[in-house]
Design a protein around this ligand. Structure first.
Ligand code: PLI
Length: 464
């Protein structure tokens, strides 16, 4: 429960509910069948079999009445839609970059950026990998190098800025391969794979100085950067009185452009964009987008999608929204901690991550403990979560072996403005019930492995 004391108001949702979607609870037998048919991969389950959906916070937000009203303002023209110009104004106002190229979602923007900026044999440092981001870097001929601080790899460490870049690691890479082989650093706000962990403004300033000296661009993954701004406001000296909007702008002003999956921070069900300040990069992106996405004024989106995105950006870049958003995730995380469940510390912004290694110490990482735990939680409760460990990390292209990352996690991802505090309590109860019989959970073997981003479509069977 949130603390009640005189003179203090806790967070509450800054909205009231106008329309609801009914949930359905299935039986354990039905869920066992559904999980078997899905090859023990929550990505392959059907949402009709799900009770509470914590698979992702991507494209799963509840839109506001104003966003829905915006859909009716869709100017569905092939070229020059009014909604594009509105979105362009809002992106310039909130993010501050000069040029905007819309894309259908984040990975569309990653594709454009990787193809434009990466040459064969280049190295792309980043504050931990993200699955689609790294794949696009590799497909463009680059090699991703992790330069996040060591603290990020330790689930138990409660360092407040686990998303920081380790400047020593970055410099070692630049010294080794030469700055001309490093076109940009990929900097993610609220690092997803580390548990939703922010970088600090002090770290970004240091990075900015270094990159200017070495002529290396800083390309932001802005997907959850408003949430990163909220943590800077809460945790970094000198920011308590600045608004999320001001901090977001300060972050963007220290970077050269971004890729964005608007399906997260920006509260829409589909959409993304690429931005930059450089005129030449923009021209290339504007030209390439017509090959993969659509004309440069819609990039794979309907006019109405761009309108909803413009409105979503305005609503998300507020203290009220972020306090409730992050407050709800924290509420769930603290419940789980009180019940003795091992989770990644500090609690992140978009999800609570269960440490599956600690939860299931008897399962070897190559028997996919996090995958097995996600499947078990679904069978127990109908709650759908996601593996973020050995399956997601994939294989090392050189050795062909599983990467066995230090973090073996199950992500309980909270969609924005969708569930209530009572749902958070039910989720806690389900996890506690699985924890009580954790000794009986067995590992999985992979029986089908697709070539790219295997976690989406791989199939498993229980080890007997
Ligand atoms: O799913 P997309 O293509 O709109 O965006 C790709 C993407 C890029 N960067 C980051 C940090 C992401 O989290 C991301 C997508 N994330 C998903 C789908 C997730 O479930 O976390």
């Amino acid at each position: 429960m949130n603390e009640i004391k005189p003179g203090h108001r806790t967070w509450a949702e800054p909205y009231k509910i106008k329309s609801v979607e009914l949930l359905k609870m299935t039986t354990r037998e039905e869920r066992e069948v559904a999980m078997r048919e899905a090859g023990y991969n929550t990505f392959l389950t059907r949402s009709r079999d799900v009770y509470i959906d914590l698979l992702t916070d991507s494209g799963t937000s509840a839109m506001s009445d104003r966003q829905w009203a915006g859909l009716m303002l869709g100017d569905e023209a092939y070229s020059g839609s009014e909604n594009f110009y509105h979105l362009e104004d809002v992106v310039r106002e909130y993010y501050g970059y000069k040029h905007l190229v819309p894309t259908h979602q984040g990975r569309g923007a990653e594709n454009l950026m990787s193809q434009i900026l990466i040459k064969d044999g280049d190295y792309i440092p980043g504050n931990m990998y993200f699955t689609t981001t790294r794949l696009h870097q590799e497909l463009a001929g680059g090699t991703f190098v992790d330069v996040i601080v060591d603290e990020a790899h330790d689930p138990d460490c409660d360092f407040p800025f686990k998303g920081n870049v380790d400047m020593g690691k970055l410099d070692a890479l630049v010294q080794k391969v030469g700055a001309d082989r490093v076109p940009y650093i990929s900097l993610e706000g609220n690092v997803n794979m580390a548990g939703g962990q922010p970088f600090s403004m002090a770290n970004l300033r240091e990075l900015h100085t270094y990159c200017r000296e070495h002529d290396i661009l800083i390309m932001l993954d802005a997907t959850r950067t408003m949430e990163n701004a909220w943590f800077i406001r809460e945790r970094e000296e000198g920011y308590a009185h600045k608004s999320v909007r001001q901090i977001l702008r300060e972050i963007c002003d220290l970077t050269d452009g971004c890729t964005m999956s608007a399906k997260k921070d920006a509260l829409v069900n589909i959409g993304g964009f690429f931005t930059c300040n450089d005129d030449e990069i923009f021209k290339k992106a504007q030209n390439l987008v017509v090959v993969y996405e659509g004309l440069h004024t819609y990039g794979g989106l309907a006019g109405r999608d761009m309108e909803a995105m413009a409105q979503g950006i305005r609503e998300a870049a507020t203290e009220e929204h972020q306090a409730a958003r992050i407050g709800q995730v924290r509420y769930l995380g603290e419940n789980l901690q009180r019940a003795g469940i091992p989770i990644v510390k500090p609690i992140g912004s978009h999800a609570v991550f269960i440490d599956a290694r600690e939860f299931l110490p008897h399962i070897d990482q190559d028997d996919y403990p996090a995958q097995a735990l996600a499947a078990e939680l679904f069978i127990e409760s109908g709650i759908r979560t996601m593996e973020r460990g050995n399956v997601s990390a994939g294989r090392d292209p050189e050795t062909g072996k599983n990467r066995r990352p230090p973090l073996e996690l199950v992500r309980l991802t909270i969609p924005r403005r969708v569930y209530t505090q009572a749902h958070m309590d039910v989720i806690t109860q389900a996890v506690v019930d699985v924890y009580a019989r954790r000794d009986q959970i067995r590992g999985l073997k992979m029986v089908y492995e697709p070539e790219y981003l295997r976690f989406f479509q791989a199939r498993f069977e229980p080890i007997t």
